[in-house]
Design a protein around this ligand. Structure first.
Ligand code: GUN
Length: 285
């Protein structure tokens, strides 16, 4: 039976580290840390995420600035706001909550954020840094996954790592971070053939495909570390991941639950990136 990786606990540790460093920088250097969060429209999931991000800012001692824009805001107005935030010294990090309404070009908005304030690490400059392995901001969810793997004491070097999902937010950067730690990485997606066979080869399996209970215990190698990035509703409306937890925990050595696994880590890693941004902008480290 697998040991459950407690994402809430690991996340609390990361937030405590960030809070301690933030307090030290405030006391010793008078440094204040600020995060701007932009939300467009009334997407209820986005509203929950944004509220959680603001709450985390309070917990670690950051200022947060929320900009809630109407669903019908024009792309030009949104780009103007990003431009103002790029120049605002109180703002060290800018987060534009995705998805944006269909009439707005997401890529244009991401590209408008100053790379040094891009705490999501979505800007092509930061994506390039991740590819090269020379980064200051780690993309939040993949970085959270790495921290959870680390918390199990697993050495990634030489391990078969399988990432299911190829999104720009999770799958692709996740593969790069595992590669950076000397994993042997395979990326699978909806068109992959022999998915079961590939999954069964995984010592470390990261699942981010966005389909409820897509991976079950039959697809998991005995003793694998299983990280579930999914957040779905099952047929009864209950939150569940991309992994069928019940059958998977019988095979894995370590497994993340949903909720309470990867989710809390994304936010604490955002806090860490925002602190890194503030330090860099102040010329510290
Ligand atoms: N929407 C879902 N996940 C994320 C994220 O990590 N960052 C932003 N900006 N939007 C999201």
């Amino acid at each position: 039976m697998a040991q459950i990786i407690n994402g809430k606990e690991v996340s609390a540790t990361v937030k405590a580290e960030v809070a301690q460093e933030t307090a030290r920088l405030r006391d010793e250097r008078g440094l204040k840390v600020g995060l701007a969060v932009v939300i467009v429209g009334n997407n209820s999931a986005s509203r929950v995420y944004v509220n959680n991000k603001k709450k985390a800012c309070e917990e670690v001692g950051f200022q947060s600035f929320e900009y809630a824009l109407d669903e019908n805001v024009t792309q030009e107005q949104l780009l103007d706001l990003v431009s103002v935030l790029n120049r605002d010294d109180r703002v060290n990090g800018i987060l534009v909550q995705l998805p944006l309404p269909a009439h707005i070009d997401e890529t244009a908005v991401i590209n408008a954020i100053a790379p040094e304030k891009d705490v999501d690490a979505f800007h092509p400059v930061n994506v390039g840094h991740i590819m090269i392995g020379n980064y200051s901001f780690l993309p939040c969810t993949p970085a959270g996954v790495m921290r959870l793997i680390e918390s199990t004491g697993t050495d990634i070097t030489g391990k078969q790592c399988v990432v299911i999902g190829r999104s720009n937010i999770v799958g692709k950067p996740q593969a790069m971070l595992l590669l950076q730690k000397n994993g042997t990485v395979t990326i699978c997606h909806s068109k992959t053939k022999n998915l079961k066979e590939i999954c069964l080869s995984a010592d470390i399996l990261v699942v981010a495909i966005g389909k409820a209970k897509f991976i079950n215990g039959d697809m998991i190698k005995e003793g694998a570390v299983v990280i579930d990035v999914g957040m779905n509703r099952d047929e009864n409306g209950k939150l569940c991941g991309d992994v069928d937890f019940e059958s998977a925990e019988k095979k894995a050595s370590y497994i993340t639950p949903v909720p309470g696994g990867v989710g809390p880590m994304t936010i604490s890693m955002l806090m860490k990136n925002t602190l890194t941004a503030a330090k860099q902008q102040a010329g510290i480290e």
